[in-house]
Write a protein that binds this ligand. Structure first.
Ligand code: PMP
Length: 434
């Protein structure tokens, strides 16, 4: 199956199988070629039943170029960075710096020093909560604003930072479709708000929040925003300057890159105010028993030997996404979502959770009378991998009055045939249980 799609900023959705309306430049999206880049997808497509990997919001499979980046680094270029005067160490350091420059380009940051390599989105929020919110912002009467749809990674670090400081958490409500209440946002962010934690794309509902507008509204009140872009990065072009965001986190493994590596982006002015995260090698200028002075950004926040190969891997993943085209990927996933919605729409017992307009490729659902875990187990027997549970968003589940949902989430390599198999399996579940 090969079909053309146009890479566009704002595409108009065509009938399934149709062509995409051109808004800007064009891009060829060849689904067979894309699938061919992912060894696990190709291998598992041959098993019986073939694998339909629809758990991309949890983590994505890796293209060969990412696997090669890790393997080549270890087999050809490996040494520790920043430490050696020898050739290999210097080359590894150059490659690490180059990877950071790729990250800068991917996020359109002003300078690569604003991009910190960390373990992932979770560590990024924890760093900001610990080094910014806790020591510099939280005080009695202060508040931190988040939303009902946040992942635990954008809730718990703030709670830890606020402990014993007298600061409080404020939560912006959502409507029945999973759309954020912007009026409430404007009211809840006030002169005592010290920071906003906002997910760009919800991992449960697929809602794409109007990040640029919300950030501008927070800035109008002098409040900085941390954007949790963990789920946005695989689907939406990220431009930190256009978004105006102060801080942003992403994880490598959700953008077809390795686990254990992610990025905290921060505006220089903010990062420079923050004390170090962890102490150790590589983040210091001078150490004596009497005291220590620290390097500037980004080294100050990268104590110890980092995940150097992971940096190669995340840079390769970013290059790969840029090569395929994020607009083409988003358009393809949007088609898959529409197709999946249409495939289950006549199943009366199935309720889709999260129907925000323009949502990303995430289909959360419940089937009345069947526990989400049973849905997941049943689908697995048919070779369909989805996620079931609270998706690390327990407060959202409480708000929805659900113990959990089943969630199919789409990536660039998914096909309509995989969704057909998903829908056929759902129909079997309904017949079997109800
Ligand atoms: N935020 C969101 C919206 C997520 O979906 C996730 C991962 N499920 C995270 C943060 C945390 O990412 P990680 O586990 O890679 O640190």
């Amino acid at each position: 199956m090969t079909f053309l799609k146009e890479e566009v900023e704002h595409f108009v959705h065509p009938p399934i199988g149709g062509t995409y309306t051109v808004a800007t430049q064009t891009h060829t999206f060849d689904i067979e070629a894309v699938r061919g880049d992912f060894p696990l997808i190709m291998r598992e497509a041959l098993r019986k039943p073939p694998l339909s990997y629809l758990d991309n919001a949890a983590s994505t499979q890796k293209p060969q170029t990412v696997i090669d980046a890790l393997s080549n680094f270890y087999s050809q270029d490996y040494a520790n960075i920043h430490r050696g005067v020898h050739f290999l160490s210097q080359r590894a350091t150059d490659l690490y710096d180059k990877a950071r420059e790729t990250v800068r380009r991917f996020l359109n940051a002003r300078e690569s020093a604003e991009c910190i390599f960390l373990r992932g989105a979770t560590e990024g929020v924890n760093l900001v909560a610990n080094c910014y919110a806790k020591p510099l912002l939280c005080r009695p009467g202060a508040n931190i604003v988040i939303t009902t749809m946040e992942h635990h990674a954008d809730i718990v670090p703030w709670q830890l930072a606020m402990e014993d400081t007298g600061a409080q958490l404020r939560v912006v409500p959502i409507d029945g479709r999973g759309v954020l209440d912007e009026e409430a946002f404007e009211k809840l962010v006030d002169e005592n708000t010290v920071i906003v934690g906002l997910s760009y794309v919800s991992n449960v509902l697929g809602t794409v929040n109007p990040a640029e507008r919300l950030i501008a509204a927070a800035h109008a009140k002098g409040v900085p925003v941390l954007l949790d872009a963990a789920q946005a990065a695989p689907h939406v072009a990220l431009d930190v300057q256009q978004l105006g965001c102060d801080l942003l986190v992403i994880s490598g493994h959700k953008i077809y890159g390795p686990t254990g590596i992610g990025i905290l982006y921060g505006r220089r002015e903010i990062l420079e105010k923050m004390p170090p995260w962890q102490g150790g090698g590589d983040m210091i200028l001078h150490v004596s028993f009497a005291g220590t002075t620290y390097k500037g950004i980004p080294d100050r926040f990268e104590a110890g030997t980092p995940h150097i190969a992971g940096a190669m891997g995340i840079a390769a993943a970013m290059n790969y996404i840029e090569r395929i085209g994020i607009g083409a990927i988003a358009a393809h996933e949007h088609e898959l979502l529409e197709y999946a919605n249409a495939a289950v729409t006549d199943i009366a017992q199935l309720r889709v959770i999260g129907t925000a307009p323009g949502k990303a490729g995430v289909l959360s659902f419940v089937i009345d009378g069947v526990h989400p875990h049973d849905i997941g187990t049943f689908l697995d027997a048919d070779g369909v991998a989805i996620r079931a549970g609270h998706h690390c968003a327990e407060p959202l589940m409480k708000h929805l009055g659900l113990p959990g949902t089943a969630r199919a989430s789409f990536g660039m390599y998914n096909t309509f045939e995989e969704i057909d198999r998903f829908a056929a399996s759902i129909r079997k579940i309904v017949k079997f249980f109800l």
